[in-house]
Design a binder for this molecule. Structure first.
Ligand code: PHE
Length: 439
């Protein structure tokens, strides 16, 4: 039952860790999923609940996952087995690995659409389209299954290629350069979006909370979105935590990653909603939102060809760095627990994921189902179990020792402890049961 590998890869330093973890967190979840889920769930009030969940639940769960990973120095399954030998807590790991398969299954399809839009931008195929034509293009993308499958598989292959080459040389290298560039272009888009005629209605929708829109479903969606966007509740952060050196700050990492993630989601909203309203498009049109609103802005700005192309290239890259982390959860598990070699593990996992992705290309029900079950069910349950584990099951002193392993006193510790012992478990359980209509 020996599951330590002789030498584990690690991140080279602070910036590398934050870039990789933020690379995982920041992705289609921020730019594609957040705006459309917000659009379907009433706007500003959703945003407020979302922010509350990120701060009160997201950050503490992320710290908990980081400390579990770094303490155990293992994949998500092995970590729980090592920290609670002979007990069923390793099931969190089983669930996490399962969630990684489901999430990457539908995620790769959306990433495939992104690649397709890179191609459209490159060939200038969207120029001069009316808003209605933009919608038709997106519908065509969804219904032309063969091409959808092609781009999805291309994306999976690229992801597998990077993961097969390891942590530092693969994941870290690219994210460090590309994430800042993405922020820059979103800022440019923001400026253009808020200066469109009629932009105010969009900002109003995003920032003016209408509390009559809140109900138990909306609140569960906000919780699910917070987990999804922060990559928590399924083992990515446990796995990445296991690559972090002892002298790095876990609290600082969690805070920076969560802040960056939230900022990008809000900025994506600021680019998308003014455009939706200015061009007379519905804010609640679902998964096509980003793909039909933003190309309209590109058509209306100087250098639109260049910015449009750059945007979809960077969005694809953001999708890559998140997918890499999803695949890495499974690969770490396969190599450490099933003793497969890294390359083998990567291609087997990617192969299974590609089958699931193909299913999502051909079946909307599978696509929606994978998304709903992972975001709104598996991740919240995973997060709930993680905080119970750290708050109630782990040896009482361990969390503090691990958090303070960098030699600095964690002044926030008692607040953190209170949240993970009481507030977070109760809040997650209530939102979850209420959202499913069980209480
Ligand atoms: N957080 C990623 C995004 O927002 C998606 C993701 C979810 C990645 C869960 C890893 C784990 O796009």
């Amino acid at each position: 039952m020996q599951s330590n590998t002789p030498s584990r890869d690690t991140f080279s330093g602070k910036f590398g860790i934050i870039a990789a973890a933020a690379g995982s967190a920041i992705g289609l979840g921020n730019i594609w999923r957040f705006p459309y889920i917000l659009g379907e769930n009433g706007g500003g009030a959703f945003l407020l609940v979302y922010l509350l969940f990120v701060i009160m639940i997201g950050v503490p769960v992320m710290i908990s996952e980081l400390l579990i990973g770094r303490k155990a120095q293992l994949n998500v399954f092995g970590a729980f087995r090592k920290l609670a030998p002979g007990k069923p807590w390793f099931l969190i790991g089983v669930m996490g690995v399962g969630a990684a398969f489901l999430i990457l299954g539908f995620y790769a399809v959306v990433a495939g659409w992104t690649l397709q839009y890179v191609y459209y931008s490159l060939t200038n195929a969207l120029a001069g389209n009316t808003p209605d034509q933009m919608i038709q293009v997106f519908e065509g993308v969804q219904s032309t299954k063969g091409w959808s499958l092609f781009w999805t598989l291309l994306f999976m292959t690229g992801t597998a290629y990077i993961v097969s080459s390891g942590i530092e040389k693969g994941i870290e290298k690219y994210t460090k350069i590309l994430m800042p560039l993405l922020v820059l272009i979103i800022l440019v888009l923001n400026v253009r979006a808020i200066t469109l005629d009629g932009a105010m209605a969009g900002l109003d929708f995003l920032f003016n909370p209408d509390f009559s829109k809140l109900n138990s479903d909306v609140i569960l969606e906000a919780l699910g979105q917070a987990f999804f966007s922060l990559s928590i509740g399924m083992g990515v952060i446990v796995t990445y935590g296991s690559y972090i050196k002892k002298n790095e700050s876990l609290g600082g990492t969690a805070l920076s990653v969560s802040l960056a993630d939230t900022l990008i989601a809000v900025l994506a909203g600021v680019a998308i909603f003014p455009a939706a309203f200015a061009f007379g498009m519905a804010p609640n049109q679902g998964p096509g939102l980003v793909f039909v609103t933003l190309p309209n802005i590109f058509n209306q700005m100087a250098g639109g060809y260049f910015f449009g192309l750059l945007f979809f290239v960077l969005l694809s890259i953001a999708a890559f760095t998140s997918s890499i982390s999803l695949l890495e959860v499974v690969v770490a598990y396969f190599t450490e627990e099933l003793k497969l070699r890294r390359k083998q593990a990567t291609w087997i996992a990617a192969g299974i994921m590609s089958l699931l992705a193909a299913l999502c290309v051909f079946s909307d029900a599978a696509f929606g189902g994978f998304d709903y079950v992972s975001s709104n069910i598996l991740l919240p349950i995973g997060g709930l179990l993680v905080v119970i584990f750290v708050g109630w099951i782990m040896d009482k002193n361990l969390p503090r020792l691990e958090i303070e392993a960098d030699g600095k006193k964690a002044r926030y510790y008692s607040g953190f402890r209170f949240i993970i012992k009481f507030l977070a478990p109760i809040a997650i359980a209530l939102v979850f049961l209420n959202g499913l209509g069980w209480i």
